[in-house]
Design a protein around this ligand. Structure first.
Ligand SMILES: Nc1ncnc2c1ncn2[C@@H]1O[C@H](COP(=O)(O)OP(=O)(O)OP(=O)(O)O)[C@@H](O)[C@H]1O
Length: 449
C-alpha cells in the first residue's frame, strides 16, 4: 500500500515509541517529535498527510500546535490524544478544527481506525501509468470488470501496483463517488484485524472508550479493498465469509446488524490457489472473492512501463519538493533502469528515483545517480545540507535496520530458510517475519527460499 506520512507529537517517550511501532507496522511513514515546538519545525521542513498530537505538553502544547496547523496548513487533518482529565480540552480542540480526539489509554486498533478514517485520499496513485501492451490489455479488462459489481481478486508480486489497479476499478465503477477504503490484512496485528474490519461498540474491550465503525461500514456504498487477504488467519476468514454471504455486519460487542452495500476487492502476492490446497486459505472464501481474477505481472515482465513510470515519479517527487527544473534521464541512465530486474517492482523504482533526485547535479540524471543497490546509499548520501543531528539519527536508524536485516538473513541461512524456525528463534510472530522479509525483498535483497 502507498505510505501516508504522519507526524506524531507526544512528550511521553515510552508511549511515543509504542505508537510509532504500531503506526510503522501498519505501513505508515511516521516522524515522531516530543513537543509542539519541534512539530512546527518539522512541518516547516517536510510535508505530512496527518498530525497526531497529545494535548497536554510543556510549552505551547497541543492546542497551540493546533492553532498553528489551522492557520498554516488548513487542509492537514489533526487528531488529538488526551488523558481522561482533559476531555474539556479535547472538546475545545474539536471546536478549533481537530478532526477527532482519542481518550488515553486507547487500544491500538482505535488509533489505527481513526487514522485511516481521517487520512485524505492520496490522489497521486489515482493515475495509473500504463504503456506496455500487457498493462494496457489488463487495464482494458479491469475497466470492463469495473462496470459489474463482481468481487475482483488482484494478484501480483509486492509493489507491482495492485492497489493502483484496485483504485482504478473503483474509479471506473458506478461507486466512484462513494468511499474507497483499503485495509492491509498483513500489516494489522491479528488481534486487531477483526475490530478494524467489523467495528466495535463502546466497552467491547479494554480501551474501547468510544464506539467505532469498522472498515465495512466506512466503505458503505463504495468499495472495500482487502489488501494481502491471504495473511488473514483462518478463524477470521470464517467470519469474513459470513459477512460477505449475508451482506451484513455486527460490530464487536454490538447487538444490531448493519446492512451492507459494499463491493469487495482483494489482493494477494501469493499463489492463492496453492495456499488453498495447503489448507492455509479457505476454499469457500477463495471462490467467493475470486469471481474475477486480474493478474498484474512483475515490472520486468512489462518493460515498456519502466521509463514512463520513472518519468512520472520524477515529476511527482520534484513537484512535491518544489523543484522547478525537473531533471532529464540520460540515455545511459535509461539503459541502466531497463536492465535491472526490479525485484521490488514499482515501489523499488520509486525509491531509486527519489535517491536520484537527491544525488543529481545539473539538468540530467546520470548512471551515477541511479543507485540500485541499497548498500550504496550510505556512501553516496553524505549530503552537506543535512543537519548533523538529523544525519546522526538517520544513520543510527539505517544501522539498526541493516543489523536487523543481517540477523534475519543469518538466521534464515542457519535454518535453511524455514520461516517457522526463524520466527521462533528471533521471538517474533511468523507474520511479522513475513512482513520484514517482504520489506527486505523490496530493497532488492536476495532472501533464501
Ligand atoms: N501503474 C502505476 N502508475 C503509477 N504509480 C504506480 C503504478 N504502479 C505502482 N505505482 C506506485 O508504486 C507504489 C506501489 O504500488 P502499490 O501499493 O499499488 O503496490 P502493491 O502491489 O499493492 O504492493 P503490496 O503488495 O506491497 O501492497 C505506489 O506508490 C504506487 O503509487
Amino acid at each position: 500500500m502507498s505510505q501516508a506520512k504522519l507526524l506524531l507529537v507526544e512528550d511521553d517517550a515510552d508511549l511515543r515509541e509504542a505508537l510509532v511501532d504500531t503506526l510503522t507496522l501498519s505501513q505508515y511513514d511516521c516522524l515522531d517529535v516530543a513537543s509542539a515546538e519541534d512539530a512546527i519545525l518539522a512541518l516547516k521542513k517536510h510535508s505530512f498527510d496527518m498530525v497526531i498530537s497529545d494535548v497536554q505538553m510543556e510549552g505551547i502544547g497541543g492546542l497551540g500546535l493546533l492553532n498553528y496547523v489551522s492557520a498554516n496548513h488548513p487542509k492537514l487533518p489533526m487528531l488529538m490524544m488526551t488523558a481522561y482529565a482533559t476531555v474539556d480540552d479535547a472538546v475545545k480542540a474539536i471546536k478549533q478544527g481537530a478532526v477527532d480526539y482519542l481518550e488515553k489509554p486507547f487500544a491500538t486498533e482505535v488509533l489505527l481506525n481513526q487514522v485511516s478514517r481521517y487520512l485524505p485520499d492520496s490522489s497521486d496513485i489515482n493515475q495509473p501509468i500504463i504503456e506496455d501492451e500487457k498493462s494496457v490489455n489488463l487495464f482494458n479488462l479491469a475497466k470492463r470488470v469495473a462496470n459489474s459489481d463482481a468481487s475482483v481478486m488482484i494478484l501480483g508480486p509486492s509493489g507491482s501496483g495492485k492497489e493502483v489497479m484496485a483504485r482504478y476499478v473503483h474509479q471506473n465503477s458506478s461507486r466512484k463517488d462513494a468511499p474507497f477504503i483499503a485495509i492491509n490484512c498483513a500489516a494489522i496485528p491479528e488481534n486487531m484485524l477483526e475490530a478494524t474490519l467489523f467495528g466495535y461498540e463502546k466497552g467491547a474491550f479494554t480501551g474501547a472508550h468510544q464506539a467505532c465503525p469498522g472498515k465495512f461500514e466506512q466503505a458503505q456504498g463504495g468499495t472495500l479493498l482487502l489488501d494481502e487477504i491471504s495473511e488473514m488467519e483462518l478463524g477470521l476468514q470464517v467470519k469474513l465469509l459470513r459477512v460477505l454471504q449475508e451482506r451484513e455486519v455486527e460490530r464487536l460487542g454490538g447487538r444490531k446488524t448493519i446492512k451492507l452495500d459494499v463491493r469487495v476487492l482483494a489482493t494477494s502476492n501469493r499463489d492463492l490457489k496453492a495456499y488453498v490446497d495447503e489448507g492455509q486459505f479457505r476454499e469457500d472464501l477463495y471462490y467467493r472473492i475470486n469471481v474475477f481474477p486480474l493478474a498484474w505481472p512483475a515490472l520486468y515482465q512489462r518493460p515498456a512501463d519502466i521509463i514512463p513510470l520513472a518519468k512520472h515519479m520524477l515529476n511527482k517527487h520534484c513537484e512535491k519538493q518544489s523543484i522547478i527544473q525537473v531533471p532529464e534521464l540520460s540515455d545511459a541512465a535509461i539503459r541502466k533502469l531497463l536492465l535491472h530486474r526490479w525485484p521490488g517492482n514499482v515501489r523499488e523504482l520509486d525509491n531509486v528515483i527519489q535517491r536520484a533526485i537527491i544525488l543529481h547535479q545539473g539538468e540530467e540524471i546520470t548512471t551515477d545517480d541511479i543507485i540500485i543497490d541499497a548498500n550504496d546509499v550510505h556512501e553516496q548520501a553524505t549530503n552537506d545540507d543535512v543537519e548533523p543531528q538529523t544525519k546522526e539519527a538517520e544513520t543510527l536508524g539505517k544501522d539498526l535496520k541493516a543489523q536487523e536485516h543481517v540477523i534475519i538473513l543469518e538466521t534464515l541461512n542457519q535454518y535453511q530458510g524455514s520461516r517457522k524456525m526463524v520466527a521462533e528463534k528471533l521471538g517474533i510472530s511468523p507474520r511479522t517475519l513475513r512482513y520484514k522479509i517482504a520489506k527486505m525483498k523490496e530493497l532488492g535483497m536476495q532472501i533464501p527460499a
